[in-house]
Write a protein that binds this ligand. Structure first.
Ligand SMILES: Cc1cc2nc3c(=O)[nH]c(=O)nc-3n(C[C@H](O)[C@H](O)[C@H](O)COP(=O)(O)OP(=O)(O)OC[C@H]3O[C@@H](n4cnc5c(N)ncnc54)[C@H](O)[C@@H]3O)c2cc1C
Length: 649
């Protein structure tokens, strides 16, 4: 068997059929072979977190015959080497194929988002440009992580004159900085990557940090963005010049202070702005190394050492699992237990034959990418939104929430059923999703190792050779590791001065935004990943949607010769009132005793909104002109301002 035959033999026949339809242009193949290849009921549940469709062997009657026929036809077509006849799908056909791929209906609202995020189009633009962006219209992007690089690619394609300022000497942001052992993506990378340039050859379903970093570096080189990036340039603030309608941005390059002027500024400085150090006394008295996971120093040797790890959330479970076999003794201090769900794919490599199919068989990549995210196109608000009637009846937050709780509790039982004390220690007392759900990367097995101990408690202080907990327990150790998360600053780390005050003042008492990116009084500026951006979709999805919206704003400015655009206070207040009302019904706001970064200063939820991501996708297709105060350039003439077109849902 050659590579083609071997690869097709292991390929999901559903995906093989979808690729075959696009290669041959023969839609009738769907009706002919589809029914026999339909998913068995129950298969769908397994895609809840892993995003993978499993266990399809031996489904409906005639499954094997249909699978064999489809695979044989696909091999024949590939050998013939013909050019695919249906590279572009119309939306009704896409929907029919997508529903077959997922084994369930695709809601109306999700057809457009699914088409784009699966990678069936690389051009998301709605506004048909009337004018080319003039070269003296300057756009400054701050940050060269996933979002800044995304902005760079799209600005370049749209013809804007732009520069990216980056404080480090390379691109990658979070994935350049986060280097603790075990650091990995916890969203399947088939969907946590750019849909306009996905990677067919991930070695794992959940790649480690270095592999993801390599992806961003590769995109930077492929799109020749490096000449547009000024590295080692750390921005400290920006001032809006009302007279000249531009931003003056201040940055430091080593000892030098540098000023930049820009008509439009895109902040892409990421959510994880600084390590969050616990508020403890005498940490400096400790004689051994103290290391935060966000500032990992690979030169510190932990071999055989007695280590105390503070924190057991996303980073904590990853680092504990990665270092357990290296250290002599590991004590994990957990402030509170987490919901941990099984994920058989957490450490699984992508099979070489599947990688071959992804790289060589047209459309396999898009359809596997769609399947990886298929569940996200359904209405999953029930994970976070409380169903009052259900709560009154059962005490649970919602049926979906209880389903996840059962999954986590069954998994806990399967590991610690014979250890009631440990089971109690690891059982959360807050609702699922009040904090991020953790996918087990081997943490439960790690905790069971004889030299690993898990304690509930809070670190209060340190002395020369121990961690002291709030209840007085003293944990002697050679090294202290802090997996205590990050600070989410939302721009408050900078001195940003808008029309009538600073961003810090505007965000007192809490940060807010309009559509996750705009803040009234800060014209010609977007803050990517701003307040109310996250929680309902992965970062790549948020990035693409917000960058798309930014390009629409910019082209609107160019076409209409607008000197400034500023979202109105009324529009922002209305958005905030609506999303806050929705948030008040969620477990993020009604979080019981859950700690964590979902609540700004431990109080108000500003990290996400309780809307379906497909809803957000539609809201960010085009700017609503009526929500902006616009000023036209002096020489703009008297033409009527063209209201941006809106896509219908
Ligand atoms: C261990 C870990 C795992 C994660 N896994 C996932 C996941 O699976 N799925 C998911 O959706 N998200 C995940 N995240 C969140 C992750 O941060 C984002 O997905 C993403 O990498 C952030 O991209 P970004 O471009 O917004 O920000 P960053 O990657 O943080 O990039 C911001 C850039 O701005 C630069 N910058 C900052 N300040 C300045 C300044 N003053 N001047 C100039 N440049 C500046 C930084 O140096 C950096 O290059 C994870 C985070 C961590 C820590």
């Amino acid at each position: 068997m050659n590579m083609l035959e071997a690869s097709v033999a292991q390929l999901d026949p559903v995906v093989a059929l979808l690729a075959l339809v696009q290669i041959t242009g023969d839609r009738s193949l769907l009706d002919q072979h589809g029914p026999a290849l339909r998913l068995r009921p129950g298969d769908r549940n397994q895609t809840m977190f892993t995003g993978e469709r499993r266990g399809d062997e031996g489904g409906a009657d005639g499954y094997e015959d249909a699978a064999a026929q489809v695979r044989a036809m696909l091999v024949a077509e590939m050998k013939a080497g013909a050019k695919p006849l249906l590279p572009n799908l119309d939306l009704p056909l896409f929907r029919k194929m997508a529903e077959f791929a997922a084994g369930q209906p695709l809601p109306d609202i999700s057809v457009g988002p699914a088409y784009q995020h699966s990678g069936f189009t690389t051009d998301t633009r709605v506004r048909r440009p009337q004018k080319a962006p003039p070269s003296d219209f300057k756009v400054l992007v701050i940050g060269a992580g996933m979002m800044g690089i995304n902005a760079g690619v799209k600005l370049q394609q749209a013809g804007f004159n732009f520069t990216i300022l980056e404080k480090h000497g390379d691109v990658g942001g979070n994935w350049l900085e986060t280097r603790y052992p075990g650091a990995a993506v916890d969203t399947p990378s088939r969907s946590y990557s750019y849909s306009f340039d996905p990677n067919p050859n991930w070695t794992r379903f959940y790649p480690t940090g270095p592999e993801f970093l390599h992806y961003i570096q590769d995109i930077t080189d492929k799109y020749r963005l490096r000449p547009q990036i000024q590295f080692d340039t750390a921005v400290s603030g920006a001032r809006w010049d009302e007279e000249r309608n531009l931003w003056v941005v201040e940055a430091r390059q080593g000892e030098k202070t540098q000023s930049y002027e820009a008509d439009f500024v895109i902040w892409a400085v990421g959510p994880n702005n600084a390590p969050n150090f616990p508020d403890v006394e005498n940490l400096d008295k400790f004689r051994g190394p103290v290391m935060h996971t966000a500032q990992w120093d690979a030169d510190i040797d932990l071999e055989g050492k007695k280590v105390v790890l503070v924190g057991s959330a996303c980073s904590g479970v990853q680092v504990a699992t990665a270092i357990a076999d290296q250290v002599g003794d590991l004590t994990i201090v957990q402030r509170q237990p987490e919901y941990i769900v099984p994920n058989p794919l957490a450490h699984t490599g992508v099979d070489a034959l599947e990688r071959w199919a992804l790289e060589n068989i047209p459309f396999v990549h898009q359809w596997l990418r769609f399947q990886a995210a298929a569940l996200a196109y359904q209405d999953l608000r029930g994970l976070a939104v409380i169903d009052e009637e259900y709560r009154a009846r059962t005490g649970g937050a919602s049926p979906l929430s209880d389903m996840i709780k059962r999954q986590a509790m069954d998994y806990l039982e399967s590991h610690f059923g014979d250890d009631p004390a440990m089971k109690a220690e690891l059982t959360p007392s807050y609702p699922p999703f009040a904090k991020r759900i953790i996918h087990d990367c081997g943490f439960f097995d790690t905790v069971k190792k004889p030299h690993v101990k898990l304690l509930s408690g809070a670190m209060k202080s340190a002395d020369e050779n121990a961690v002291i907990l709030a209840d007085g327990r003293r944990l002697e150790c050679d090294a202290i590791l802090l997996a205590t998360g990050y600070k989410l600053m939302f721009g408050r780390q900078f001195d940003i001065r808008g029309r009538s005050g600073t961003l810090r003042d505007a965000f007192d008492p809490y940060p807010f935004s309009y559509l996750g990116v705009l803040i009234p009084g800060f014209p010609n500026m977007v803050y990517l990943g701003g307040p109310y951006s996250h929680l309902v979709a992965n970062h790549a999805v948020v990035s693409e949607q917000q960058v798309h919206y930014t390009i629409e704003l910019l082209q609107w400015m160019v076409d209409e010769r607008l000197a400034s655009i500023d979202v109105t206070r009324e529009a922002a207040d209305r958005f905030v009132a609506e999303v806050d009302a929705e948030l008040s019904q969620t477990v993020w706001a009604n979080s019981g005793n859950a700690h964590g970064y979902y609540r700004d200063q431990g109080k108000k939820v500003v990290i996400g909104i309780a809307r379906h991501n497909s809803h957000i996708w539609h809201d960010t297709r085009s700017p609503r002109a009526e929500d902006f105060e616009i000023r036209r350039k002096a020489d703009a003439g008297e033409d009527e301002v063209r209201t941006p077109t809106r896509l219908s849902m």
